[in-house]
Design a protein around this ligand. Structure first.
Ligand code: NI
Length: 283
């Protein structure tokens, strides 16, 4: 399925390059070189019907220490913070559409990008960072790391990190292993060598099975708890279709959205006895 999707992406990219090439003689001059991606300046945010609930402005630290931990699937927090994570992008149409939805709601999320997709769509990757989202390492080719030797794993992580750094100027700070597959031994050496905590999740809507947007929404809304790390894939259009109702539903329940690093940074502070208060802290 993955192969078929990627083949489709290449086909779509080829089609859009073909039509642009005809419209722009400057691009035609460059046609012999592979053009990796197109700027997305023409894209306009769709107008939203009625007021959209907004995530509050928050100035939260994203500094977490190496002693914070090697693996997380959620973080113990006393306030209703959640981290939305989107895997397997960037995707040429779904990711910009999702970014518009997040911007409308003042929500910052974390994108676990595949390095080879970053190389294909560096402008979209730059937009992710420019709009305040966090980027995480999801390897270069999205293989199963448990089946690789340490040198191959290291190469996967370094290549993805280099692609992100080249496209955006920033470096990922956390790892999400493809398929959630990573041995404890691997998590430990990756943490000591790359400083990456391995980030799993506490809410999985199984959106890759394409159950339909309303099911994705209801699974996320029923699974969310304070400190949750929520898994989703911006690779899939129906997942992005599910996001307006999902994000608005979580906001209406009082959840506040933070990045994974912001959530991790809350951990030491939250080791004090939990407070009942749900007032947002705004340090
Ligand atoms: Ni993935």
């Amino acid at each position: 399925m993955k192969v078929a999707l990627h083949a489709l992406c290449f086909t779509l990219l080829g089609m859009s390059l073909g039509s642009c090439k005809n419209a722009d003689k400057n691009l035609a001059d460059d046609a012999v070189k592979p053009v990796k991606s197109q700027a997305n300046n023409a894209y306009r945010a769709p107008s939203t019907r009625g007021p959209v609930p907004r995530n509050p402005d928050m100035s939260l630290s994203s500094s977490f220490g190496k002693d914070a931990g090697v693996t997380f699937s959620r973080v113990s927090v006393s306030q209703p913070f959640v981290a939305m994570t989107f895997d397997d992008g960037p995707h040429p149409s779904n990711t910009p559409r999702l970014l518009d939805m997040l911007r409308d709601r003042n929500i910052k999320a974390t994108f676990y990008v595949i390095g080879r997709n970053v190389d294909m769509y560096p402008e979209i990757t730059r937009r992710i960072v420019a709009e305040g989202h966090e980027i995480g390492n999801h390897t270069y080719t999205h293989g199963n790391l448990t089946k690789m030797g340490d040198d191959s794993v290291r190469n996967e992580l370094m290549k993805c990190r280099a692609s992100i750094a080249k496209a955006t100027g920033v470096q990922p700070r956390t790892l999400r292993p493809p398929y959630g597959a990573l041995l404890q031994r691997q998590r430990t050496w990756i943490h000591s060598e790359f400083n990456y905590p391995t980030i799993m999740w506490s809410v999985d809507p199984r959106d890759w099975q394409r159950p339909g947007p309303s099911v994705v929404t209801s699974r996320i809304l029923s699974g969310a708890t304070p400190g949750a790390i929520i898994l989703a894939h911006d690779l899939h259009a129906p997942t992005v279709d599910a996001m307006p109702a999902t994000l608005d539903g979580l906001l209406k329940k009082g959840y506040k959205f933070v990045t994974v690093s912001q959530l991790l940074a809350m951990k030491p502070k939250e080791e004090a006895p939990a407070q009942a208060s749900v007032t947002p802290s705004n340090p």
